[in-house]
Ligand binder design. Structure first.
Ligand SMILES: [Zn+2]
Length: 295
């Protein structure tokens, strides 16, 4: 459930990918610094953060809940698993039904050993240009859990690849596509590709704002302009997907406020309407999660 205000749709309050990435920077566990940054976001009108941290990323629901309490920002937590190389070994040996049951438990009773309920499934993930058999298992389990609970699904595409295949998969499984958001589509750099996804009826995320080394922000803005020109403005979210210590301001990074302080003015400067910006930050995430409220 979301509260009135801006929403960052794809973040990780705490995450640890260091066991594979072999860099301490990819262990984001700076509690005090994160609380301070979230408080600053609150002051700027952010009221919701969708935390898409799942199994394989060292999720810590109690840590996230404490950040929520201290910052005042509503943080929606999730269930599921990430891309193949981060999947725990038990994915291989556990049945799809049992994996689904684990997600349903996280949604109905609480994540792990807590009573903190997951409000969405994912980011479930595909690898670069492929969906591995273990990833497919997670996707199939996610569909079962989604149908059993009504909780929406959010995905990770690796560098924007395989988004169309993800949509085809969900269609094949008769999932209501308006309950699915495809992640990292800004990394395609291809507005037509994103428009094709939107035509299918899914939501999409421009969720790596500020990651200039992956894709220049001006390309993101160019894509958003084309999307607005086509009038497809109802199903786009914004976020930054901060995952590293060095992304935070105290460690020399651009910090979470960058989206509001720099990217929003840049969008306006390049002709994106205030109305579209408001939709991406407020109305679109709200309508995506509204069905939760109705249940
Ligand atoms: Zn991701």
């Amino acid at each position: 459930m979301l509260v009135e205000g801006y929403t960052y749709a794809h973040e990780h309050t705490t995450i640890d990918l260091s066991s594979l990435k072999k860099s301490d920077d990819t262990r984001l566990d700076c509690f005090n610094e994160t609380v301070e940054e979230y408080k600053t976001l609150y002051d700027k009108g952010v009221r919701n953060i969708i935390d898409v941290t799942v199994g394989g990323m060292e999720r810590n629901p109690e840590y996230v809940k404490k950040v929520q309490e201290l910052s005042g920002i509503n943080i929606l937590q999730s269930t599921g698993w990430y891309q193949d190389k981060f999947l725990p070994d038990y994915i291989e040996t556990t049945s799809i039904e049992d994996l689904a049951d684990m997600m349903i438990k996280d949604i109905k009773i609480g994540i792990g050993h807590t009573d903190i309920k997951a409000g969405l499934i994912g980011e479930i993930a595909t690898s670069k240009q492929e969906m591995t058999s273990r990833e497919r298992k997670v996707f199939e389990a996610a569909v079962i859990a989604h149908k059993a609970t009504g909780v929406p699904i959010t995905t990770h595409t690796t560098l924007g690849t395989f988004g169309k295949e993800q949509v085809a998969f969900f269609k094949e499984q008769s999932v209501d596509l308006s309950r699915v958001v495809i992640g990292h589509v800004d990394l395609t750099g291809d507005a037509d590709y994103v428009l094709d996804l939107l035509e299918e009826g899914v939501y999409v995320e421009f969720d790596t704002v500020g990651k200039e080394n992956y894709m220049p922000d001006l390309t993101r803005i160019d894509m958003l302009k084309k999307i607005e020109e086509k009038g497809m403005t109802d199903k786009v979210f914004l976020s930054m997907d901060i995952t590293r210590k060095s992304n935070l301001k105290p460690f020399g990074g651009i910090g979470y406020s960058y989206l509001l302080d720099t990217f929003v003015p840049l969008m306006k400067e390049h002709g994106i309407s205030d109305q579209f910006i408001e939709k991406m930050l407020v109305d679109n995430p709200r309508s995506f999660f509204i069905k939760d409220d109705e249940q």
